[in-house]
Design a protein around this ligand. Structure first.
Ligand code: G3P
Ligand code: CA
Length: 266
């Protein structure tokens, strides 16, 4: 009888361990490399190409709706200047949010949050909802997400603003909330990682989602892990960066190109 060598079991369990810690691939503003960012087309394309998650940007509109758009106004992505907080969702939806990317995307609309969420496959995927405006959106978001409680694992909230992140966690304790941070403050001073970790813990948040320009290293990852926080990184568009960050044990990587990322991490 053939005896299976112990080395086989060791290799099998090692492989299992790696797959259990697979890096979550998050499509930044949808599959924004190939489709206009923050549109239904970009989210559908990301799901079709096997993205584990999609990230999107949210603003409150003048009529109390939530629109998916990155900037405070529509100029860059529609060619027409409308300030989101001063416009109704209908006014925003009248604009063409696809042509700027490519003529074949003409007619893509600025979607509502609900339209974006509706693209997510049942039982697979997750949306990283980035709140770009102030905490005034939080009660509206809490109302709109109420029906998503049974699918809580398929949503999380991310925000740069400390108050927005803290208020989100208070209003939606059933959702994970991650604090976003660049490596420098608005006035270009380096962010103190220890203070950021302490604030994130004090606010009861679940993790950090940090920019690629941080001085990523093992000690940094260790400190964040030791605090019991999850760790994500944005926006990674080079295979060598993806491999370096995956080797540090990040939970997920946000990218404009989820196909490139999947290939890089094979
Ligand atoms: O996922 C976080 C990342 O999207 C933050 O930067 O400017 O692309 O919203 P930004
Ligand atoms: Ca974003």
């Amino acid at each position: 009888m053939n005896v299976i060598p112990p080395a086989f079991f060791a290799a099998f369990f090692a492989m299992t361990a790696i797959s259990l810690h697979a890096v979550e691939i998050v499509a930044h503003r949808g599959f924004s490399e190939r489709a206009p960012e923050n549109t239904v087309a970009a989210f559908k394309l990301a799901w079709e190409h096997g993205a584990d998650a999609c990230e999107l940007d949210l603003h409150l509109t003048a009529d109390g709706e939530i629109a998916a758009i990155h900037d405070k106004d529509t100029k860059r992505t529609t060619g027409v200047l409308k300030v989101v907080k001063d416009s109704t969702l209908a006014e925003l939806r009248a604009l063409d949010a696809g042509s700027w990317k490519d003529a074949r995307h003409a007619g893509e609309r600025i979607p509502s949050l609900a339209e974006c969420l509706a693209t997510m496959p049942e039982g697979r995927g997750r949306f990283f909802l980035e709140i770009k405006c102030g905490p005034e959106v939080v009660p509206v978001l809490a109302r709109q997400l109420e029906a998503w409680k049974p699918r809580a694992a398929q949503l999380c909230i991310i925000a740069f603003d400390r108050e927005v992140a803290r208020e989100s966690k208070k209003a939606l304790p059933w959702l994970k909330v991650f604090r976003l941070s660049s490596e420098v403050t608005k006035d270009k001073r380096p962010v103190d990682l220890a203070a950021l970790i302490a604030d994130t813990k004090a606010d009861g948040l679940d993790g950090l989602d940090l920019g690629l320009k941080w001085n990523w290293n093992e000690e940094m990852a260790r400190q964040i892990r030791a605090a019991g926080l999850e760790l994500y990184v944005w926006t990674v568009n080079k295979p060598e960066d993806a491999r370096r960050l995956a080797a540090l044990g990040v939970d997920g990587i946000t990218t404009d190109d989820p196909v490139m990322l999947r290939e890089a991490l094979k």
